[in-house]
Design a protein around this ligand. Structure first.
Ligand code: ATP
Ligand code: MTE
Length: 163
């Protein structure tokens, strides 16, 4: 079982002005790879609050995988990638590269997400864009590859199967 944290960075969501459909979507999608939501938080687009929530989900809760949603674009308040870099120990560029490359086949605006993926301790952190449409598209692209990486992170698999 993969223990998943969902962190929604949204000013509107944190004020209770919008239902978090993106967070709900992530919760349902991770079940297809044996994931279960173990923590959920909505924070405003504030770098310190996002980084603090990421530290809590990694260091205190020891989750396997964290998806953030929102705050990856060009608005001055979009700081989720910067907050992720604040807590990152090792980068995983291929995940964001794959999301952008495959999403570009759907919309050229996919190049506008500044999302990053990184490892802290034994936790993989992946930024997703904010809209439910973008979240679904990005998860379709990356979810199949994640369980193997998480197994290795957890020390449950040492070799890469050639697939
Ligand atoms: N968590 C979410 N749940 C449902 N819809 C969302 C969510 N995040 C974004 N969206 C939708 O995607 C659109 C673009 O997202 P964007 O990140 O620009 O949000 P915003 O509403 O401008 O800002 P914020 O969510 O930070 O208050 C939004 O207008 C909204 O329709
Ligand atoms: N697959 C996919 N990626 C996408 C999109 C999309 O519709 N589908 N929208 C893009 C748009 S319009 C923006 S502005 C950026 C940043 O989104 P965010 O600010 O909500 O994080 O994600 C991009 N990535």
């Amino acid at each position: 079982m993969i223990r998943v944290g969902i962190l929604t960075a949204s000013d509107k969501g944190s004020r209770g002005e919008r239902e978090d459909r993106s967070g709900r979507l992530i919760e349902e999608a991770v079940q297809t790879i044996g994931g279960a939501m173990a923590a959920y938080k909505v924070v405003p687009d504030e770098r310190d609050q996002i980084a603090a929530a990421l530290r809590e989900m990694t260091d205190d809760l020891g989750l396997d995988l964290i998806f953030t949603t929102g705050g990856t674009g060009f608005s001055p308040r979009d700081v989720t990638p910067e907050a992720t870099l604040d807590v990152a120990e090792r980068m995983v560029p291929g995940i964001a590269e794959a999301m952008r490359a495959e999403s570009m086949k759907i919309t050229p605006r996919a190049m506008l997400t500044r999302s990053v993926a990184a490892i802290r301790g034994r936790t993989l952190i992946v930024n997703l864009p904010g809209s439910p449409k973008a979240v679904q598209e990005c998860l379709d692209i990356i979810l199949p590859a994640l369980p193997h990486g998480i197994e290795i992170l957890k020390g449950e698999a040492s070799e890469c199967a050639r697939r």
